[in-house]
Design a protein around this ligand. Sequence first.
Ligand code: COS
Length: 384
Amino acid sequence: MIRDQETLNILLDTLSRFVRERLVPQEAIVAETDAIPDALVSEMKELGLFGLSIPEQYGGMGLSMEEEVLATFELTRASPAFRSLFATNNGIGAQGIVLDGTPEQKESFLPRLASGEIVGSFCLTEPDSGSDAGSLRTTAVRDGDSYVLNGTKRFITNAPEAGLYTVMARTDAKRPGAAGVSAILVERGAPGLALGPIDHKMGHKGAHTCDVIFEDCRVPVANLIGGREGLGFKTAMKVLDKGRLNIAAASVGAAERMLADALRYACERIQFGKPIAEFQLIQAMLADSKAEIYAARSMVVDAARRRDAGFDIATEASCAKLFASEMCGRVADRAVQIFGGAGYLAEYGIERFFRDVRLFRIYEGTTQIQQLVIARNMIREQAA
Ligand code: COS
């Protein structure tokens, strides 16, 4: 749903200019230093990027899902590390509160997330619980007016920067699987909360992950999302439905950028006396990429419109994430191939994208988990 086309066009133009003029020129330095310059972070805050999807009453832009994916298409035409910094505030690090939080939790946390004053982080994965999220072992035991958390969360995006952690923890030891899980908000500085060293990753330099460790970490009972135990797994799955659609949109944006770079290179690079773009084998790679990006983009926009219309989009979000992230991997591979030897060199930037986009097929649910979700839902509908 697009609420006001004219306002949206202004926003998309602003984002496109910001990406072109401010983010793209700093991609190499961010990758080299593994840090996003403070000045850029301030500009992101001024543009409202931390609150794109947070409701207007809490200081965000309150974009609809369709508007948000269109914004993501623009924002991911630069290194994915930039988006990573503000993406958790729009997605998995805030949506638990937006979707299921109590009015007090919304009042208390959403304005600070929307402004970028704090960064939000989503703590689901553990050392022994990845795709099988329902098997998580972190515990939250009620003790008077507090929960006492124990356990370790792994690969947590933005954990080193975060001011707020949405933690999925087991509040009912007697109920195995998803039913015993609750979502609890933990603020930075809570006693018993510690962070592991920053992970060394294949890509996404400038975006950070680390372990989040709870040792008798005490938080107020009021921090239980929604105020009811046992709903945390469902909250996490709903958050991931939206998150997966956003990763699909990010895959489209990154693929469009890589294809634009590959096309420019193919038109400039002369071999056998003419630009390599004139050779049909290169044209096949360009054309297949264009067609696949168009398909993925259409899927993402369609799924976003369905979500805005109030439909359950678990299947469509998984379809979009599965197709778009795999498509993005193929486009990255072709782009490196079109660049040839230059594609393997850091200074051309395309090898960095190749490494960066590999993550899209893994996080917020692997391709195999998307397949499983899609097929399960199909079988369930068939039986109904
Ligand atoms: N929206 C709302 N509720 C959902 C849901 C969704 N999209 N998906 C599942 N649920 C509900 C189910 O309806 C079920 O509720 P009931 O018991 O009341 O029927 C409950 O959640 C448990 O669901 P299910 O039985 O399907 O859970 P499983 O343990 O079998 O796990 C998968 C399902 C594998 C799909 C889940 O663990 C998953 O998504 N794993 C990947 C995790 C992931 O993406 N990690 C990335 C890290 S975050 S960056």
